[in-house]
Design a protein around this ligand. Structure first.
Ligand code: GLA
Length: 394
């Protein structure tokens, strides 16, 4: 049984039929994600704690009539026609890059011409990983289409390489793993060093997560992301050179970092300080979740926010404002900016009875301060990528 709204399944099938005059052979749904804690450490030897959510990038695919393949972006009303066995190169910031990046990694397969349309229910620019859902969802669809037999892990890696090589973002693997391996009502406890993971029940008793979308996405977010990586790698290289016993950020203590401060400079020092503290916070958060100590979890979320804002410097005034205000709302145990940063969503841990009043209060305050109406999404933890063949259709 698919964990995807029937309405979306029907809508996408009808869209395909309207575009291409027949029913699709296959439907694929790749979810967005939240991340409870462990931010900006998936590429820093850390642990992360994401989960798939009930918002999807949906793909419908079927055979093409001629030699060329065609992809229709339903939300943009744009098309991309190509020979699937061509060689692909990235273009400046274009949605087709995500498809080209994936196609280029299936270059050893013989790809039968296909028609595909896709649409999203994941709010774009909100830090909910719509781009990972796009690349991983398409990789999954192409894997089914070509019967290439790639593993889920390979598909996640294809998604990540697409970001690196075709979108210019040197991201970690958290988003792709969450989209591919997510499990309903579970968090993914992922070790980003060896890529192992386990599932932890997402049981927060009477508490729940709420997303407040700031509706801002400051430009330069991608280049700032890559710059953070460089700054933090500078610190790691120096630490490794100075202390041969250090192989990863997990081995570093604050005293060692202090010792290299003068050489790496204030900025890299701050970035690395955040990383070391965040690695510890994720471990503490997992214990809090296991022991159902949600006040403690809330405090850790607040600490993460302050670190991301003051030390890693990936927050923005809108998110800092929302975070501070959220703590004045009834029933809130903690909140933090989520994802890459520079805009997107605030993740709030809140008592389930207080969700509506917090939405009302924060919307009013945010509108008064920035003239922007935020969006609010109560979080439902869903299943990772799913597919259905047309004959199974409801
Ligand atoms: C983006 C990246 C992830 C991760 C987060 C920050 O979502 O794609 O790999 O680094 O930012 O935690």
């Amino acid at each position: 049984m698919m964990d995807v709204p029937n309405a979306l399944i029907r809508e996408l099938s009808l869209d395909f039929k309207a575009q291409f005059g027949r029913s699709p052979s296959l439907l694929v749904f790749a979810p967005g994600r939240i991340n409870v804690i462990g931010e900006h450490i998936d590429y820093n030897d850390g642990y992360v704690c994401p989960a798939a959510i009930d918002k999807f990038m949906g793909f419908a695919i079927g055979p093409a009539n001629g030699d060329l393949s065609l992809i229709t972006a339903l939300d943009l009303n744009e098309e991309f026609q190509f020979d699937a066995n061509d060689t692909f190169h990235p273009e400046e910031s274009h949605w087709t890059n995500y498809f080209k990046g994936v196609l280029s990694q299936f270059s050893t397969e013989n790809i039968a011409p296909f028609q595909l349309c896709f649409k999203s229910t994941i709010p774009g620019g909100a830090g909910l990983s719509s781009s990972a859902a796009l690349s991983c969802g398409f990789a999954y669809a192409l894997n089914e289409w070509t019967k290439a037999g790639k593993s889920k892990k390979e598909l996640a890696l294809i998604g990540q390489r697409t970001e690196h090589l075709f979108a210019g973002v040197n991201c970690g693997l958290m988003d792709q793993f969450a989209s591919v391996f997510g499990q309903k009502n579970h968090l993914l406890w992922m070790d980003c060093q060896d890529l192992s993971f386990s599932y932890v029940p997402a049981d927060f008793e009477s508490y729940t997560f709420l997303l407040i979308d700031s509706k801002v996405k400051h430009s330069l977010a991608d280049s700032a992301y890559n710059q953070r990586r460089r700054e933090v790698e500078k610190a790691k290289d120096k630490l490794k050179a100075t202390f041969p016993e250090i192989t990863s950020f997990r081995d570093v203590n604050v005293k060692q970092l202090e010792q290299v401060k003068a050489e790496i400079g204030e900025t890299s020092f701050n970035r690395a300080s955040f990383v070391i503290a965040e690695i510890q916070r994720v471990k503490d958060a997992m214990k809090s979740i296991e022991n159902q100590r949600f006040e403690q979890l809330g405090s850790l979320l607040n600490e993460t926010h302050h670190g991301l804002s003051a030390l890693y410097e990936v927050s923005c005034i809108e998110l800092d404002f929302l975070q501070a205000q959220s703590l004045t709302c009834a029933g809130v145990l903690g909140a933090r900016m989520m994802g890459g940063g520079f805009g997107g969503c605030l993740l709030v841990l809140i008592h389930q009875d207080d969700v509506q009043s917090a939405i009302t209060q924060l919307s009013k305050q945010y509108l008064a301060k920035f003239g922007i109406e935020p969006a609010a999404y109560p979080v439902k933890i869903g299943q990772g990528i799913q597919h259905m063949n047309w004959h199974e259709q409801v």
